[in-house]
Design a protein around this ligand. Structure first.
Ligand SMILES: [Mg+2]
Length: 356
């Protein structure tokens, strides 16, 4: 099947619940959309450039998705998927969200045409897993109200943002653990906000708080400090800002006991193609994967979920990025059932644009 053309557009989407993490507060997001039009099918993709994480601004993402570049996909055989995704890599390497949008749209197109869900195309899908839902940095009182609401909506795993003040973080975490009891997994994410001394204090409370994972306590810019974290913490350490791409995953896999998991995000690495490479590196290096996201359309959350369910290295899901969009131009992809993410039994990503 020949690719006829590639279309793109951008939309600013407000969040229903602005949130704060160690690096600042977010109220709305700019999302990019890609539609690859084939002779008999279309494929959809979406990108959420995140300057704080990757340096990719919305304008850089827009500037990368030029008509000239997208025109180079016209006439390609979509079934030669490796060649088409390699062209996306070549043209869009410096803008991972733009690359991810095109990359996943190519996968969507081909797997729709084949009539198989992307997870089946990529591997042998696993049973549905729970996703965590994120609780931002806020007062203990308002965090507890948010936790109550999430448990009421069926979520069964929490990711609590920390990293601005170790004292306030410990107080808030104690209160949340007390409120939810021992059965709800709690993972934390400091977004590089701690010093080694702060992280060491958190390490001393890991058992009392029964924390499942500690995500990126230290700045990625100081990788030598990772080795000085207490061994107890490294056993539950997940690296996010430290691991963007395949080269980072490989570098950390070479250091014994550097961490337990990598946080893989399509918007960091550039799509399904590099994410599956990171998954293979993690598997070979004895590391697990947590699949994370930014604030994203269901299109790209679904792409990450298909990839996650196809990978043997997958340990955790943190794919809550579409739940707080005030309006998503797309729908479908997955259903939330008792806090678990269930893929729909549809070809491709299983998504469509509203009204189409
Ligand atoms: Mg993170």
């Amino acid at each position: 099947m020949k690719i006829v053309r590639v279309e793109t557009w951008r939309e600013r989407v407000p969040l229903t619940r602005p949130y704060t993490i160690a690096s600042g507060t977010t109220e709305d997001v700019e999302l990019f959309f890609v539609r690859v039009v084939g002779e008999h099918e279309i494929g959809l993709g979406s990108g959420a450039p995140t300057e704080l994480l990757t340096g990719e601004t919305s304008d850089a993402c827009a500037a990368a998705l030029t008509e000239d570049r997208l025109a180079r996909f016209g006439g390609l055989d979509a079934n030669a998927l490796g060649a088409a995704t390699a062209l996306a890599t070549e043209l869009l390497r410096a803008t991972p969200a733009a690359r991810a949008a095109v990359d996943m749209a190519l996968y969507d197109l081909v797997t729709r045409a084949l009539g198989v869900p992307l997870a089946e195309f990529l591997g042998r899908p696993r049973a549905p897993m729970p996703t965590s839902i994120t609780v931002g940095i806020q007062s203990t009182e308002s965090a507890l109200a948010e936790v109550d609401e999430y448990l009421g909506r069926g979520f069964r795993s929490l990711k609590v943002k920390i990293g601005q003040s170790i004292d306030e973080d410990l107080e808030r975490l104690r209160a949340i653990r007390e409120r939810v009891g021992p059965a709800i997994p709690i993972r934390v994410d400091a977004n590089e906000g701690y010093s080694l001394a702060d992280a060491t204090r958190l390490a001393e409370s890991l058992d009392a708080l029964a924390l499942e994972l500690v995500e990126q306590p230290l700045p990625a810019a100081a990788p030598e400090d990772l080795a000085r974290l207490p061994a107890r913490m490294r056993r539950v350490l997940a690296l996010d800002e430290s691991v963007h791409d395949e080269a980072d995953a490989f570098a950390h896999a070479r250091v014994p006991d550097s961490c337990a998991e990598y946080v893989v995000k399509l918007m960091k690495c550039g799509g399904v193609t590099p994410a599956m490479s990171i998954a293979r590196i993690a598997e070979a290096g004895g590391r697990g994967l947590m699949w994370g996201c930014m604030d994203e359309s269901v299109i790209s959350i679904a792409a990450a979920l298909h990839a996650a369910y196809a990978s043997p290295a997958t340990r955790h899901l943190d794919l809550d990025g579409s739940f707080d969009l005030a309006r998503d131009p797309a729908e479908g992809g997955f259903r939330l059932v008792d806090g678990e993410l269930h893929l729909l039994d549809r070809p491709g990503l299983g998504v469509r644009l509203r009204g189409e």
